[in-house]
Each structure stands twice: as structure tokens, then as C-alpha cells.
Write a protein that binds this ligand. Structure first.
Ligand SMILES: [Zn+2]
Length: 217
């Protein structure tokens, strides 16, 4: 993706995160990769006021190469995904979305894993793991996140929020929405009883089916 398009996409999806209720204020962030550079939401600026030209651009080591604003304090997490996360299907990582969406964050305070309660979990992995808590913006949090992302396209961060990635920002964002939805579903189901879980064989079957989507005439 061209850098100008990446910056515009960061603006658009940052606003959308607020509008869709996945974050409150500027508490979540989004980044989009363009070659060896990453466009990422700035820290401490109302997303409604963002312009594409304001969006900070950093290299994969975190040095700012363009833009007057400081990048999000969660930059170490974003860069760790681009440098070290491996998509289960070997696809390139083009965008990262970090939210504080309420249902997923609620689950992150009571569970170590979101079990396969619904087949849509297969879009992220066999399950969704919860990375142990570490202070925001730290290398410790980035390391804990990477471990929870192994073989998966998203995770929860204990007592904090979510991280999802995708080949495109639309894909990463859609996964963040699905993750919050499935956490909401799990919370609701648990109030009514003990949720029945899908077996690993079915999640693997759905993952195979999903791989075929979009490739048919
Ligand atoms: Zn956060």
C-alpha cells in the first residue's frame, strides 16, 4: 500500500473505532504498513481532528521519519507484530488494530483463553489466548502479546484490551469487531449456563473452509 493511502486508512479506521464503540476517546490505536514503514495513530490527539498528513510514520525500529505528532505509546506492540508475528497461513501482516472494546476487555479480566464457543473464532485461531498483564507501552507487554499470538491472528491483553492483525486494515478491523462480539456472546452464554464448545476438529474444518472463501469463481 502507498504511504499516503496507509496514512489515510489510519485516519479513517481510527475514527471508525470511536464511532463503532471499540474504543473510548483515543484509548485504542491502528497502524498500517507501507513497505518498510508504518503509519500509526498519534498519541493524545482526538481522532475526530486527525488529518492524513498528521499521521506519524515510523520505520520498523520505531524512529519517526515523517509527521509532527508523536506515535501512540503502544508503538512497541504494533512494531512487534510486524517484525515477529507469523500469520497461521503465512500471509503478510499489513495492519494492526488495538482496542479497549468493553466485552473483550471484560473477558480479559476473568479468563486465560476465549474458548471456541462459536465457529467465527476460527478466523483468529483455534482459540483466543489472553496475554498476561504488563504495563502499557512496555517491551514486556509486547513480548507477552507475541507469545499469545503464536499461531493466531489476535489475542486479548489481560486487564487491558485486544490486538488483531490482518493482511489489510479492513481485515484486522473486522477481526477486532468479531473478537468483541464473540466475547460478548461468551459472557451472555455464561450467565445462562455452561456454554457448549466446538471441538478442535470443527474449528480446523471451518479454518479450511475460510481459506477457500473469495477464491471461487
Ligand atoms: Zn491500550
Amino acid at each position: 500500500m502507498l504511504l499516503a493511502d496507509a496514512r489515510r486508512a489510519v485516519c479513517d479506521y481510527a475514527r471508525r473505532m470511536v464511532a463503532d464503540g471499540l474504543v473510548v476517546g483515543t484509548s485504542g490505536n491502528v497502524s498500517v504498513r507501507s513497505g518498510d514503514l508504518v503509519a500509526v495513530t498519534p498519541t493524545g490527539v482526538d481522532y475526530a481532528d486527525l488529518r492524513a498528513a498528521d499521521i506519524p510514520v515510523v520505520d520498523l525500529a520505531g524512529s519517526v521519519v515523517d509527521g509532527d505528532l508523536l506515535p501512540t505509546s503502544e508503538l512497541p506492540m504494533h512494531l512487534s507484530v510486524y517484525r515477529d508475528a507469523t500469520d497461521p497461513d503465512g500471509k503478510p501482516v499489513g495492519a494492526v488494530v488495538h482496542t479497549h472494546s468493553v466485552h473483550a476487555t471484560a473477558v480479559s479480566t476473568v479468563a486465560d483463553e476465549v474458548p471456541p464457543i462459536h465457529y467465527i473464532v476460527a478466523t483468529i485461531g483455534p482459540s483466543v489466548k489472553v496475554a498476561p498483564y504488563a504495563t502499557y507501552g512496555t517491551a514486556d507487554l509486547a513480548d507477552a502479546m507475541l507469545a499469545a499470538l503464536a499461531g493466531r491472528r489476535g489475542c486479548l491483553l489481560a486487564n487491558h484490551g485486544t490486538v488483531t492483525y490482518g493482511t489489510t486494515v479492513a481485515e484486522a478491523y473486522h477481526r477486532a469487531q468479531q473478537l468483541d462480539w464473540v466475547c460478548q456472546l461468551w459472557l451472555l452464554a455464561k450467565t445462562a449456563g455452561t456454554p457448549r464448545l466446538l471441538p478442535r476438529t470443527e474449528i480446523d474444518h471451518v479454518a479450511d473452509k475460510l481459506r477457500g472463501y473469495g477464491q471461487r469463481p
